[in-house]
Design a protein around this ligand. Structure first.
Ligand SMILES: Cc1cc2nc3c(=O)[nH]c(=O)nc-3n(C[C@H](O)[C@H](O)[C@H](O)COP(=O)(O)OP(=O)(O)OC[C@H]3O[C@@H](n4cnc5c(N)ncnc54)[C@H](O)[C@@H]3O)c2cc1C
Length: 405
């Protein structure tokens, strides 16, 4: 594949910006355009439920770059503009056209889709309920919490849990409603999720699990068990949602994310790559396709895509990594707990109602270690990264555990 003359990146978030930066780092000298639906320069989302929401960080600290940085990188920006159509040329060598919502049509010989996800909303959700994905939403919630005495959080995924934690730190009474039996079950599984439930309880959060919201109003909710919750402010944190309808005309099935190979090349669309939350990459070893909403995956995939476009050596494939800061604890997750069929307690007593800090859990599939989660145990978790990458089995994991105990 020859190096393209013009790379067009759709989506000016983490994956979009990192693609642009890596293209230049890899020596790409052609034209680069960056299209972003938001008016803002690329900014970082993790602080939006943490330091920025807590009022600890200034707005500029959330930015991933300045306008000058993009100028220096020689990037032409189209901010506040959404891509509404992608039209590949009949001959793949002729590239693709991308149409923007103001009718502008841009032509590029390489297109990178880095469009992330949007927040899922509840049916009949009142306008007064907050969502948390964009910096403007975080700003609104931060200001609202300044005068609120109570908060209802719908959904105990990591965003809901982090918002609950930040609000408790600000002295707000918090109720969290979750349909599952524990918080963060999708990421951590049931047993580790129960540890998060304990953190919430210890911090004074009223956690109601196994119930859903039947009706949400401006002042609270009626739950599926008939109970009611009143609150000054409501946050709905029920997960991310793909917003890829504009790609349907390409004929690519994007129902489970933009399907890509292990280099980020989109199936059936030569000259088009995808990275970040919206992209479903193929694991070259298992052939399995996975879409991860992890900060490090977005960043790693962007580097791999840039390398593939420029024909430079791609970075080695990394083991997935996720972190969350809540209730004074850094929770870290390395690997793929969703592949596990059993749990192997490694360090600490968090699963036995003991102190949560220092708890490290292994996740096994059969005899193989597939993930490790840690609570306030960054140094220990780091020691399991290599064994995870190298495919350690139970015996090797236990040997390492003993050497670290
Ligand atoms: C509140 C919050 C806290 C988080 N905390 C953590 C954390 O602690 N740890 C962790 O690992 N991950 C965390 N994440 C997840 C992490 O931020 C994401 O994985 C990462 O931002 C994904 O990057 P992305 O570039 O794929 O998507 P995004 O950062 O969402 O960027 C996509 C951009 O594309 C734009 N866009 C969408 N459609 C179009 C279109 N058609 N045309 C033009 N532009 C478009 C969007 O407006 C958006 O600006 C958090 C996410 C949120 C929301």
């Amino acid at each position: 594949m020859s190096v393209p003359e013009h790379v067009l990146v759709v989506g000016a978030g983490l994956a979009g910006l990192r693609t642009v930066e890596n293209l230049r780092r890899d020596g790409y000298e052609g034209r680069i355009s960056l299209v972003g639906a938001e008016e803002h320069l690329p900014y970082d989302r993790p602080p939006l439920s943490k330091q920025f929401l807590a009022g600890e960080w200034e707005r500029t600290k959330v930015d991933l770059c300045t306008a000058e940085d993009l100028d220096e990188l020689g990037v032409r920006t189209h901010l506040g503009r959404s891509a509404v159509a992608l039209r590949p040329a009949e001959d793949p060598a002729d590239g693709s056209e991308v149409e923007l919502d103001d009718g502008t049509v841009l032509h590029a010989d390489a297109v990178v889709l880095a469009v992330g996800v949007t927040s899922r909303v509840l049916d009949d959700q009142p306008d007064s309920a907050h969502l948390l994905r964009a910096v403007d939403e975080s700003e609104q919630l931060r200001d609202a919490l300044a005068s609120a005495s109570s908060l209802l959080v719908v959904g105990a995924g990591f965003i809901g849990a982090e918002v609950a934690s930040t609000a408790r730190d600000r002295g707000v009474t918090v109720t969290v409603v979750e349909t599952g039996s524990v918080p963060m079950a999708r990421l951590l599984g049931e047993q580790a999720g129960a540890v998060v439930a304990r953190l919430m309880g210890d911090a004074g959060v009223d956690l109601r699990t196994g119930v859903s919201v039947s009706e949400l109003t401006d002042s609270g909710a009626t739950l599926s068990d008939g109970s009611t919750v009143t609150a000054d402010e409501i946050v709905v944190g029920v997960g991310g949602m793909l917003d890829l309808g504009w790609l349907e005309a390409t004929g690519v099935d994007v129902a489970d994310g933009i399907p890509c190979d292990h280099r980020g090349r989109v199936d059936g669309l030569p000259g088009v790559w995808a990275a970040g939350d919206a992209a479903a990459w193929t694991d070259p070893d298992t052939g399995e396709r996975t879409r991860l909403e992890h900060w490090t995956s977005a960043s790693d995939q962007a580097a791999a895509v840039a390398a593939d476009i420029t024909g430079t050596t791609p970075p080695p494939a990394a083991v997935p990594f996720f972190w969350s800061d809540q209730f004074g604890m850094k929770i870290q997750l390395v690997g793929r707990p969703d592949r596990a069929d059993s749990l192997l307690p490694l360090h600490g007593e968090g699963l036995d109602d003991g102190p949560v800090k220092g708890t490290v859990l292994g996740y096994l599939r059969g005899d193989d270690l597939v993930a490790v989660a840690g609570f306030g145990a960054a140094r220990l978790v780091a020691r399991y990264r290599r064994p995870l990458a190298e495919g350690a089995d139970r015996a090797a994991t236990l040997e390492l555990r003993d050497s670290l105990s």
